[in-house]
Design a binder for this molecule. Sequence first.
Ligand SMILES: Nc1ncnc2c1ncn2[C@@H]1O[C@H](COP(=O)(O)OP(=O)(O)OP(=O)(O)O)[C@@H](O)[C@H]1O
Ligand SMILES: [Mg+2]
Length: 365
Amino acid sequence: MNISNSGHSVDIVEVTKTFANVTAVHKVSLNIRKGEFMTLLGPSGCGKTTLLNMVAGFETQTSGAIQIDGKDISDVPPYMRETGMVFQSYALFPHMNVFDNIAFGLRMRKLPAREIKAEVERALDMMKLSGMEGRRVRQLSGGQQQRIALARAIVIRPKVLLLDEPLSALDKNLRLQMQVELKELHQKTGLTTIFVTHDQGEALSLSDRVVVMSRGEVQQVSAPIELYTQPANGFVASFIGEINALPKARCQKSGQDFRFEVCPEISLNGRQPARQELKDGQMVHIFIRPEHIEIAGPRHNGANIVKGNVAAHIYQGTHTQTRVNVPGIGLVELRTKGAAAIDQAPLGSEIALSVPLDEAVILPA
Ligand SMILES: Nc1ncnc2c1ncn2[C@@H]1O[C@H](COP(=O)(O)OP(=O)(O)OP(=O)(O)O)[C@@H](O)[C@H]1O
Ligand SMILES: [Mg+2]
């Protein structure tokens, strides 16, 4: 079933938004492709809602342009932009029933009653709400209200779907279920979607590409896997997933051999990072994920072994997060499968860690 008006692109060109004395969005340029699921991800206050509101037309940019299918829509009022929006708070009409909530946008557009009924039924069906038309919004659960907000956004056959943290009010299980439904909705409709979240797991699992924002600026635009494995800078490395940031290290390069001196006692062997040309003597930041560090067995005598004392185990079912105090580095987190580490490395004991840099992120300092 194709309910959508699919296949529209959005271009955000050098857009800046300044409120009195706050620059909420600073020179942001993005190209959202036809049918793409694009996520804006970043901490609270980084400008996600402001950017979405400018696409919807609820805010006007201070400078720059917003285009749909290459046409500037800066002067088009919100109700004529053909964008469907789900707000950070669902913003349903509490005094209306489900049908009337969903039908609202169609009535504003003065569609004939028969057409409204058919379109609302289609949206109800798509959001698995059939049979609930007569219910009062107040009597529904958070997840059901969320589906109504989504139905209300898609019923107008928008060119672009704008979703501002639509799942943030839901508990974890419902949230996971709604993530699957959102993904199905996107696959069914092919709607170009701009999704806002500050939950990185949600961003990685749903998106074709993710825009990481900080303080009104774009830090990186990448597909999820690239974002996780090749963060462009320290902010992205630390914001996406967990990562150990080692103290600044000096790169010692001779031919193809790279050593990184983290402190006088610790040097780690590595190789030329994928995207950076490092020079001998250059200072770098090394980031390494907890799942890439291992407890080294007694027979392990290779390179990149560091010693430290076990400070904590945090058992999490599928894995254990272990915190080790390494002199010269500080606290290092590692993640191992199951509960084996708890017996293998008792609290307070000295253990050896293997710290390979093959999958580390190495950035110029
Ligand atoms: N109408 C406004 N007047 C003044 N400042 C505003 C206004 N709206 C937003 N701001 C400021 O702009 C910045 C960005 O706000 P925005 O709501 O876009 O952030 P956000 O990324 O959506 O955050 P959150 O994750 O908390 O929803 C903040 O510093 C905020 O205080
Ligand atoms: Mg917001």
